[in-house]
Design a protein around this ligand. Structure first.
Ligand code: PMV
Length: 336
């Protein structure tokens, strides 16, 4: 067994390695894959990493184990195991080992409910596993491995505002880069949780169904570079108004595509829609806030810091909102 540094890989069975990562929320949405293996996105995307929601993952490699083991939130998770093992295989390949791993992961927020737990989960996994295997890889290599676990996980390797885009020369070459640190534009996010149920159609299944059946899909792909460019400029200029408009449009376009697929995908609940109206109304009254919604019924209200408490109060008063979480922007995945 040989590592990438040409030294023999001896699993450090006495030690567990722990990493933390935070979910990220896309302002310009990734929806659609060009290649399902490897999760190569059909479109670029732009996200913010959240501080208050966290995944902590512990990894230990062990030569005595005949299969990987995965415990999620305190319970064995056989459903998530094949995907986790496929991602670990990439790192094992790099390290030149077949050694199996024990993985234990904990989220401080609802799992698989439209709060990007797979993004933080795979980002934390690759960072902890890479350390356990003694790999000396760059952040962009970790982003690539995380993406192969879950498309959006590449963005959680970094903090603040992060862009994931397709290389101009090689369209299957995916580049993930931070564009602003959290401190450079300290926006906040109010997450309105309207349900903690596991979503009925996963993002991967939903985007593939949309690609195959939505009449608007090709236009979505064609227009994305322009949206990404607009959002990047807005972020670099700290132009809240401009970012509000392009982000809400990207979110509504993504859901518009999904709604128009056959049969249409409806990720929203009545409370989701009520939150969107309330956010629009707050903005009309001068509060710097805009919304985004992923593949689930939760609403994320992005706002300037001084508006966060009022936005949370307003969203909490809406029928069907179970609770709100206020978050600053967070940093990238790291060992803890
Ligand atoms: O990475 P996935 O397969 O969970 O897909 C993420 C899809 C959205 O959250 C809806 C959009 C995005 O860019 O994060």
């Amino acid at each position: 067994m040989v590592t990438s540094n040409n030294t023999t890989f001896i699993p450090d069975i006495a030690h567990s390695f722990k990493a933390q990562a935070q979910p990220n929320i896309a302002l310009i949405k990734y929806w659609g894959k060009q290649n399902i293996p490897g999760n190569v996105p059909a479109v670029g995307s732009l996200s913010i990493t959240l501080e208050a929601l966290r995944t902590e993952t512990v990894v230990r490699f062990d030569t005595e184990m005949s299969a990987d083991a995965f415990v999620l939130n305190g319970a064995s998770n056989p459903i998530g195991l094949p995907r986790l093992s496929r991602c670990l295989d990439l790192l094992r390949h790099e390290a030149g080992t077949h050694c199996r791993a024990y993985v234990e992961s904990e989220n401080n927020f609802p799992t698989a409910a439209g709060l990007a737990s797979s993004a933080s989960g795979f980002a934390a996994l690759v960072i902890a596993a890479g350390k356990a295997l003694g790999l000396q890889a760059t952040r962009s290599r970790y982003a690539q491995w995380a993406r192969e676990g879950s498309g959006s996980a590449a963005r959680s390797i970094y903090g603040g505002f992060v862009e994931m885009y397709l290389s101009k020369n090689e369209k299957t070459d995916v580049i993930t880069e931070p564009i602003l640190n959290p401190e450079e534009w300290p926006l906040e996010v109010v997450v309105a949780i309207t349900s903690t149920d596991v979503k009925s159609v996963s993002s991967s299944a939903g985007m593939e169904h949309t690609r195959l059946t939505s009449p608007y899909y090709s236009h979505w792909v064609k227009a994305q570079d322009e949206d990404l460019h607009d959002a990047r400029e807005a972020v670099l200029a700290r132009d809240f108004e401009r970012l509000s408009i392009i982000s809400e449009q990207s979110c509504l376009k993504m859901h518009g595509l999904a709604l128009a697929s056959r049969p249409g995908l409806i990720y929203w609940s009545a409370a989701t829609v009520a939150c969107l109206h309330a956010i629009r109304e707050m903005r009309a009254h001068g509060h710097p806030v805009f919304f985004t919604v992923d593949a689930g019924p939760q609403v994320k209200a992005i706002c300037e810091r001084q508006a966060a408490a009022e936005v949370a109060r307003t969203l909490e008063s809406i029928n069907g909102v179970q609770k709100t979480i206020i978050s600053r922007l967070g940093h990238g995945a790291r060992l803890v």
